[in-house]
Design a protein around this ligand. Structure first.
Ligand SMILES: Cc1cc2nc3c(=O)[nH]c(=O)nc-3n(C[C@H](O)[C@H](O)[C@H](O)COP(=O)(O)OP(=O)(O)OC[C@H]3O[C@@H](n4cnc5c(N)ncnc54)[C@H](O)[C@@H]3O)c2cc1C
Length: 366
């Protein structure tokens, strides 16, 4: 049976490799740097789109499937590898949103449990550390989170356990074809023969695919985050106000995110973003001012115009598949998108209708 090469060792590449290995295929994962050090590492690990009611149905369908399966996946990973990704159903609270009507209508239609907390006492009953002045909140108790670095470490260990060959420091630079079929990958160290490969190269996927004549509007969108070292119990639910959020981890650390910046492939952090993220965090939970910022980092999201990832076979190159462009939701969408891609590649019955995700050229409007 022909080997399958996965190009990119972020969450999408690693979940893809896992799906294919579980199906009994011989999988080689090629990563330019180290696995799990780019966007997937930088993310917050919220298992829901931030404003789920704003997204097209194609995103909701992927998210729902992932939400139903992440608990079992993380349990299995923890048992198999000893590294617990800390899947936690902490719920997500939106403070004083002016999109209440849209949110409630979406939740009723999609059958999500979304409640309204009325009045400041009700809010502070739930989260005593919240700032005063918030009169209302929406709350979705089912939303879970996980710790990205732990998920990535446990996935890497699981891939090795499943027999996936992980080759780091290997950059794929191009493709060799015979007629319409993929024949080999061009790497910095020479050619690798293959008839089946998956581009899961995150924000770099657009540039890589451009060489094949496929112009997908995937572009980097920088996101910065800060991490506060606080005491466990200061906050238990994830909280969001406008476009900023707080994610409380089990050990008391609280992440505050995130910026959305169109600055190309520049991954540097900035003082402006640090100040702005701190101010937004203090406006939600003033007690955070007492605690140190332990870390400040940035990642490059694989931006796509509507947030719908591209999943499926290259329209003009048989054997080359794409799984990229998950933008702000690669963690929550990744599980379903990799399962769907494996279904298509292996000729299985797909978990979702694939048409909305088919890789095709679109105009870019981020
Ligand atoms: C600040 C921030 C917060 C976020 N929060 C959330 C959240 O709460 N929930 C959520 O669902 N999503 C979130 N996301 C989005 C999510 O992290 C991304 O959508 C997801 O990680 C994308 O995964 P990926 O594997 O496609 O990309 P990446 O993790 O970037 O991986 C791509 C990999 O491909 C490798 N590569 C690239 N080119 C080549 C090549 N030519 N050859 C070999 N290897 C190559 C790269 O080195 C990299 O390791 C967040 C993102 C950021 C930045």
């Amino acid at each position: 049976m022909t080997k399958i090469h996965v190009i990119g060792g972020g969450l999408i590449g690693m979940l893809t490799a896992r799906e294919l290995a579980l199906a009994g295929r011989d999988v080689v994962l090629l990563e330019r740097g180290e696995t799990g050090r780019e966007s997937s590492w930088a993310g917050g690990g919220i298992l829901s789109p931030l404003h789920p009611w704003r997204y097209p149905d194609a995103v909701t369908q992927l998210a729902r499937w992932g939400q139903q399966h992440y608990g079992a996946l993380t349990q299995a990973l923890a048992a198999n590898t000893g590294i617990d990704p800390e899947w936690t159903q902490s719920g997500l609270m939106w403070l004083s949103t002016d999109e209440k009507a849209e949110a409630l209508a979406w939740a009723a239609r999609e059958r999500y449990d979304l409640g309204v907390l009325e009045g400041e006492p009700a809010l502070r009953d739930c989260e005593p550390a919240l700032a005063t002045g918030f009169a209302e909140a929406l709350f979705m108790p089912s939303v879970a989170q996980l710790r990205n670095p732990r998920l990535l470490q446990s996935l890497r260990a699981e891939l090795l356990r499943l027999g996936v060959a992980i080759h780091e420091a290997v950059e794929v630079r191009g493709f060799v074809t015979r007629g319409e079929r993929l024949k080999a990958l061009v790497t910095h160290a020479g050619e690798l023969d293959t008839e089946l490969a998956v581009v899961a190269s995150g924000a770099w996927s657009g540039d890589l695919l451009a060489q094949t004549g496929l112009s997908l509007p995937i572009k980097p969108v920088r996101g910065q985050m800060v991490l506060f070292k606080t005491e466990p119990g200061l906050l238990t639910r994830m909280v969001m106000h406008q476009d900023r959020y707080l994610i409380p981890r089990r050990d008391g650390r609280i992440l505050a995110g995130s910026t959305v910046e169109d600055v190309g492939f520049f991954k540097q952090t900035t003082d402006e973003a640090l100040a702005e993220l701190k101010a937004a965090a203090f406006a939600m939970v003033p007690a955070l001012e007492r605690f140190p910022v332990e870390h400040h980092w940035a990642g490059l999201r694989p931006g796509s115009p509507t947030g719908i990832p591209y999943i499926g076979e290259h329209p003009h190159m048989r054997g080359l598949f794409v799984n990229a462009g998950h933008y702000r939701n690669g963690v929550v969408l990744g599980l379903a998108s990799t399962r769907l891609m494996a279904d298509l590649m292996l000729g299985r019955s797909p978990i979702l209708a694939p048409a909305p995700y088919a890789p095709a050229t679109e105009t870019m409007d981020l």
